[in-house]
Design a protein around this ligand. Structure first.
Ligand code: IPE
Ligand code: IPE
Ligand code: MG
Length: 253
């Protein structure tokens, strides 16, 4: 049986063992339950969640992870009570305002992925300023997914490609995966190696759908505000034990 997929035999070494994941994505879930368990309002969980975000960023930097993508707010989160949504956006805005200089100092490049067009002008301006300030940094790419939706991301990419076809810059039968990838919000930093979800749910909740095709999944019951360096380290150790086969078999199997 033959198939005209090009196979790079030399890359077999890649599947034997990888050390650190290059791109880690995290679904930071469980803030509300963390607060409720303590008899507090949900917003206290979101505040504590911000501290956990900072801890995760600097741990990723220390562990030389190159890309960290954090799910901060999904397009479906608008369905929550208005007061919670307002508080979440206020927290996001003030955390970004306070932290952007530190991110820059640590050579971190910040990108906000998601549909930011429906945020108010103040938030959009702050996002643009933060991205501009940090755009040449290269220790860590930090993608914050805000008003993000994985299906929307793919659809937007398809629309951009359709425009290129419409302008006759591209032929439909010449469209490649790379065309689609380069038009995704994550751009060149697309493939996720390790996807972590805290909070005990076993679902993707419309996060990076294209980008997780070969990601290793790690689910933990730990609620996001309790996800500390030790918990992150355990997730990395679990990743290190995985055999990533990409459809092939290992040389000694
Ligand atoms: C994740 O925590 C944060 C956001 C979705 C913004 P949740 O707010 O979903 O917390 P739980 O899942 O209700 O505990
Ligand atoms: C996913 O968490 C979104 C973020 C972490 C920002 P949700 O709490 O919104 O997901 P569901 O509703 O449990 O699927
Ligand atoms: Mg949740």
């Amino acid at each position: 049986m033959s198939c005209d997929i090009e196979i790079d035999i030399n890359s077999e070494i890649d599947i034997i063992k990888e050390n650190n994941p290059y791109h880690v994505a995290i679904i930071m879930d469980g803030n509300g339950r963390w607060a409720t368990n303590k008899g507090k309002l949900r917003i206290h969980g979101h505040k504590a969640g911000i501290e956990s975000v900072k801890r995760a960023i600097y741990f990723a930097l220390k562990r030389k992870i190159k890309i960290l993508t954090l799910y901060a707010f999904s397009r479906d989160n608008w369905k929550r009570p208005e007061q919670e949504v307002i508080s979440l956006l206020d927290l996001f805005m003030s955390a970004l305002e306070i932290e952007v200089k530190n991110l820059h100092k640590h050579d971190i490049k910040l990108r906000v992925i998601g549909d930011i067009s429906c945020f108010n002008d103040n938030i959009q301006d702050l996002i643009k300023y933060s991205e501009m300030l940090t755009k040449n940094n290269d220790q860590l790419i930090l993608n914050i997914a805000a008003n993000y939706d994985g299906r929307w991301d793919i659809l937007e990419s398809v629309k951009k490609i359709a425009q290129q076809v419409h302008k006759r810059l591209l032929c439909p039968n010449q469209i490649t995966e790379d065309d689609l990838i380069s038009n995704l919000s994550t751009q060149e930093s697309s493939s996720v190696d390790l996807l972590i979800r805290t909070g005990g749910e076993y679902r993707i909740s419309n996060f990076l759908l294209w980008q997780i095709a070969y990601a290793e999944f790690y689910f933990t019951n730990i609620l996001w505000p309790d996800f500390d360096e030790n918990a992150f380290d355990i997730a990395l150790k679990s990743f290190n034990l995985r055999d990533r086969r990409y459809g092939r078999i290992l040389p000694n199997e």
